[in-house]
Ligand binder design. Sequence first.
Ligand SMILES: Nc1nc2c(c(=O)[nH]1)N[C@H]1C(S)=C(S)[C@@H](COP(=O)(O)O)O[C@H]1N2
Ligand SMILES: [Mo]
Length: 426
Amino acid sequence: MPLSPESEPLSRRAFVRNTSMLAASTLAGGIAGRSTIADAAPPKTVPASYPHPLLTASDDYYDVSRGNPKPHSLVGEALVEARLTAESWRLEIVADPFTSELVKEPASLTKALTLDDGTALDLPALIELGKKHSVRFLKAIQCLNIAAPLGQGLWEGVPLREVLRLCGTMKNVRRIYYWGYHNNDPKQVFQSSLSYTEAMETPPGDLPPFLAYRLNGKPIPLKRGGPVRLIVPWAHGFKSIKWLQRIAVTNDFKANDTYANQNNDPESHLKTAAYIDDAPDKYDVGKPIFLSGLALAGLSGLKRVEHWLHRIEPGAKSVVQDDETYRAASWTPCELEALPTDWSSVFPAGVSSKDVLGFDPKTGQPMAWPLRYSMISWSTMLRDLPPGKYEFRARAVDLNDFAQPEPRPVQKTGKNAVEVHRFEVS
Ligand SMILES: Nc1nc2c(c(=O)[nH]1)N[C@H]1C(S)=C(S)[C@@H](COP(=O)(O)O)O[C@H]1N2
Ligand SMILES: [Mo]
């Protein structure tokens, strides 16, 4: 059963492709020359606007959805029957009867919310709960198995714990399992899970998992998992289940994630990483070369992005990561996208940055930059390169001074590599 669209060959950096060429061509002219290949200090010329807006338009995400038909292709009566319209959406919350030799007692809750007895949660009730308990925040969606971020949005909703509190007293609950709509076909199930602690408790300054019903100030489009999508701030995409319809509290202590069954680490966190935008592979000698990309601030934060420009001498053997040449490389800091001066022009009308998690509620300024689990652009300008062939590598350095992909090079905890762009100057 082909449940892994991301295992198919993918156009490289699908999400970032479209706009980078434009930025490169607008910026390449009109910049005064300097005389070194790669200065130790970051170049001072910052583009007027980066190729990636902080908020990705909801149709511009790279889509990763299972299902045949894909739930977001349903229309009319089929959509109502699937309970995927604002009016028909319902969420069931039940206790999983599971027991085993190790798990003697099943989970219980005093007030299940079910379709059968008409108590399932509807969208107006969820939005009402949001009037008291809403959270908003800026999150990059990144697939554990795809080598480019999919998009970034301002998500808004209600913490999972507030929704679970509607269910009375819980006993013997160790994990929360949850499912999206899957054409009522067990083979198409896409599911994920959190520990009870992750659902109920949030370290200071950290972000709770939540049931999102708005994206960039509007109802979540069907394509992005609306009407309601579970968003897990720290996790790769597979925890952020689209078309959320069912939650079961369980005493099973094992993760049931669909992704775990495909040899992925179900507890991985977003990684600090840098990505290079597509760029031309040929440049005219004498013209400055603008290169840019995205930097994601993962669990360990982002200190800087740095690049290494390597000139390929004729006949030299090619560089392999961690070989002698690589280890002797000298890395130069890139320019990071500056903190916006006016958040009201970034966020949708009606959303104040003071109400966004990670921002200071008094000043409306982010408490760190970039915000953890979000991404920003980086760039650099190379000047006066003599004719020849070059390799340009970029990597992220986290707040522990670990350079990508240290200390977790295991790919099944999140695809991660130091990307390279090859080009020729003539
Ligand atoms: N119901 C459901 N939710 C899902 C998926 C899915 O196939 N079905 N794919 C997941 C995976 S693996 C990823 S990477 C993200 C992708 O989110 P996007 O399509 O909004 O970019 O959605 C996640 N949520
Ligand atoms: Mo994914």
